[in-house]
Design a protein around this ligand. Structure first.
Ligand SMILES: [Zn+2]
Ligand SMILES: [Zn+2]
Length: 159
């Protein structure tokens, strides 16, 4: 399976590790390779599972350490969608969409927003150079909305 992002971005990781005189370990590259295969956000246990499936067993400490390096290298972003859930995403992937977050169940959906992207790019901002943006839209997902409506209806018929 071709890993387009890994092919494109592997060099950025190498440059970063070289500049900071950090070790270029197989683990770090293997972790980044798996991250590049996610087409969406992921959490630490999803990543751990993927690595185990490819028979690459790394400790959680190594995982966290590598994620910190990738964050500092600007290759991935960290999302805190809700108080409980921390997720990561390849930066070039995260830039392609916005996130719709249900405040009731915490589910996260992605939505493409090319017109919004254009608007933000055209914003005239003084004394600031925009690099990238992340947009979170909070609301109620259709499943929760359905449940809430159903509960409301029940309450009404009882009376
Ligand atoms: Zn995403
Ligand atoms: Zn919901």
């Amino acid at each position: 399976m071709e890993n387009k992002y890994y092919t494109e971005l592997k060099g950025v990781l190498t440059d970063y590790l070289t500049t900071l005189k950090l070790r270029k370990t197989d683990e770090r590259y293997a972790i980044f390779e798996q991250i590049c295969l996610f087409s969406s956000h992921f959490d630490i246990s999803m990543l751990h599972e993927r690595l185990n499936l490819t028979n690459f067993h790394v400790s959680k400490a190594t995982l966290y350490n590598t994620l910190d390096i990738l964050l500092a290298a600007d290759l991935i972003v960290k999302h805190q969608f809700t108080a409980k859930s921390i997720q990561y995403e390849l930066k070039v992937v995260a830039e392609t969409h916005s996130h719709l977050i249900c405040t009731n169940c915490g589910s996260v959906r992605e939505v493409r927003d090319s017109s919004l992207k254009k608007d933000i790019k055209n914003l005239k901002i003084s004394r600031f150079t925009p690099m990238f943006h992340m947009l979170y839209i909070y609301g109620i997902c259709s499943k929760c909305k359905y449940k809430i409506q159903k509960n409301n209806n029940k309450g009404n018929t009882k009376q």
